[in-house]
Design a protein around this ligand. Structure first.
Ligand code: JB3
Length: 216
């Protein structure tokens, strides 16, 4: 076990994404010193007993040698908040913990970079690479030899078939399928439920075919 694994944690953000992270970390017996966010967190039972800090500057009272951070901001498409906060803390010499849920299946032949988060039921197959600070959300499948860039968000139950490559800041929506050997360039967005069969260029968006809603 690396020594970093035993450091207590500070969670940045106190919304839905942070609540899932704290649930995982509590189950793993990790010590969570505080949740850091400007909003009320009292309605989320998973945070009970954990100190609430309301300003990012409050973290500076902790030595970067004594704690690790977990970024609990869930990346929504084209939102830069997660990266902005990370850069603030990294510039103050803090480091980020990598979080992998117990029920995630991560091949020992995959490579997961620092600060990545892999949630319950996700599968990461042999030869895959998960870039720093990326999120592989619940039940997502990252097949063999995929290469996921930094600050990606692969939403629940999305499937990336073999050898898919994503650059940085890519968002793949819930339940989307990306067929094998596709390339998603920086900032590309795949809508929930889309089936991607062609490469996406920088800033391109692939919308799923639109659901039609009618009244009987
Ligand atoms: O769809 C799924 C499974 N998850 C979504 C996730 C990917 O993204 C989830 O449903 C949400 O859409 C979203 O989760 P997130 O980021 O937790 O959103 P929300 O519940 O709105 O919480 C945002 C948190 O960020 C709140 O606790 C805010 O107080 C906090 N926040 C906002 N600005 C901040 C700042 N926290 C800090 N430390 N600093 C800030 O500047």
């Amino acid at each position: 076990m690396s020594s970093s694994l035993i450091k207590p944690l500070l969670i940045i953000g106190g919304g839905g994404h942070a609540s899932v992270l704290v649930d995982i970390l509590r189950a793993q017996g990790r010590e969570v010193l505080a949740v850091v966010c400007p909003d009320d967190i009292s309605m989320r039972r998973v945070f009970s007993g954990i100190r609430h800090l309301t300003k990012d500057d409050d973290v500076l009272a902790f030595s970067p040698d004594d704690v690790l951070l977990v970024n609990g901001i869930g990346m929504l498409p084209a939102s830069g908040l997660k990266r902005t906060l990370n850069q603030y803390y990294l510039s103050h010499h803090y480091q980020f913990e990598t979080v992998i849920a117990e029920s995630a299946q991560v091949s020992p032949f995959a490579n997961v970079e620092v600060g990545a988060q892999i949630f319950a039921g996700a599968i990461v197959q042999a030869g895959a690479q998960i870039g720093a600070h990326s999120v592989i959300n619940s039940g997502a499948v990252i097949e063999h030899d995929c290469s996921i860039g930094h600050y990606n968000h692969i939403a629940p139950r999305a499937t990336l078939c073999g050898q898919v490559i994503t650059q940085d800041d890519v968002y793949v929506g819930a339940g989307a399928t990306v067929i094998q050997s596709i390339m998603l360039a920086k900032n590309a967005i795949v809508g929930a439920g889309a089936i991607v069969t062609k490469h996406l260029s920088v800033n391109q968006i692939c919308y799923p075919s639109r659901a039609t809603i009618k009244t009987l």
